[in-house]
Design a protein around this ligand. Sequence first.
Ligand code: MN
Length: 230
Amino acid sequence: MGQLFDLPTGVAVPVEGTLDVFPVRRIFCVGRNYEKHAAEMGGEVDREAPWYFTKSAAHAVLSGQTVPFPQGTSNYHHEMELAVYLGADAFEVSADAAGSAILGYSCALDMTRRDRQQDGKDHRRPWDLGKDVENGAVLAPLSRGFSVAPDVRIHLEVNGEVRQDATLSELVWSVEEVVSHLSHFYRLGAGDVILTGTPAGVGPVVAGDVITGGIDGLAPIELTLVDPAE
Ligand code: MN
């Protein structure tokens, strides 16, 4: 009895200032966690509870990569996000207890086929084609020393032009509230990553664009898109 074929090993995110890496198990994403972004999408934030979609860990790439522009879209969008990395079990935890499961943070991109996401909304179908895009979850090196504070700036540029610029004060649901809430649906644990939503200013990118972004106190993120024919 043998394994029929080999699979590539998953993405492992470098831990800043160490030789360690964080192997990614699952990627959860929070929807509409910044009010102005919810508004630009034609919706409102949900004050009752956060809500989620997922991205395959197999579709994650590290910051600094050059990747092909994905097929099946003519409206591929950038979303700059704060990613939270779990290093310990969190199952049905309170927000107060959630912090002890958090190992660190990084910059992340939630790349989105906005046209396919809109199709899903229009036809009341799932968002997979819009959100679970190959190379569509981009992760920068994680920091273990970072702490979320209201005045921390989060920003994104396309070819050097600022597109998204906000502070973490705009987060509707805190990181601890998200971990707590999500832990009532999943047995969260080491290897899980949560992208906490994007501020306003999302917009399209095309082949040839260089996306850069940053969050004060974290390693910056970069992604270059190229024509798949190149
Ligand atoms: Mn997002």
